[in-house]
Write a protein that binds this ligand. Structure first.
Ligand code: SF4
Ligand code: SF4
Length: 172
């Protein structure tokens, strides 16, 4: 009763101290560790910069099998390290994050988008590659600490790769 009385008086004297959010006009800023469904990260370009190499590890490891991937092929039918199709059925996804844990390329991360309801039970709940692809800047905006750590790891890998290539060039 004391808290109720305090808040009642504060609603007149200090309205700014109340924490009621005017959703949907005001969208709440979610805590960094909040997660719901996965998305695919790209650097700079949504096509060429997609980190996913279509290795299909996530598809294999997803417990409810809600990821569907078809690898891209070039004009000669040779496999290309990119997904042609990458679908996630979010009506089945249980937000376990296993796909994120197993991806060796930091290509798939957990999103915080929550306005996903639909009157249609089927198509809008299957997120395709285009819908899943989001920039690294977006990743930084929702999980800043995690994204910065991933950037550091990727930069280190790139530097090591460049160093190995230079050493190989010098030897030949
Ligand atoms: S998201 Fe990662 S694990 Fe899944 S197919 Fe792409 S690169 Fe492989
Ligand atoms: S979060 Fe879990 S259930 Fe959802 S796509 Fe990833 S592995 Fe599958």
């Amino acid at each position: 009763m004391g808290i109720t009385a305090k808040n009642f008086i504060a609603s007149y004297t200090k309205p700014e101290s109340l924490i009621t959010e005017e959703y949907p006009e005001e969208k709440p800023k979610l805590p960094e560790n909040n997660r719901n469904f996965p998305f695919l990260v790209f650097d700079d370009d949504p096509d060429a910069g997609l980190r996913c190499v279509s290795c299909k590890i996530c598809e294999r490891e997803c417990p409810p099998q809600c990821i569907y991937i078809v690898q891209e092929r070039d004009e000669n039918g040779r496999p290309v390290k990119q997904p042609k199709v990458f679908d996630i059925d979010i009506s089945v996804c249980m937000s376990c994050q296993i796909c994120v844990e197993v991806c060796p390329f930091d290509a798939i991360k957990m999103d915080q988008e929550y306005e996903l309801s639909s009157l249609d039970r089927f198509d809008p709940l299957i997120h395709d590659r285009q819908r899943l692809s989001k920039s690294n800047e977006y990743y930084h905006s929702i999980h800043p600490a995690e994204a910065a750590a991933v950037d550091a790891v990727l930069a280190e890998k790139a530097a090591r790769k460049a160093g190995n290539k230079k050493a190989a060039d010098n030897e030949s």
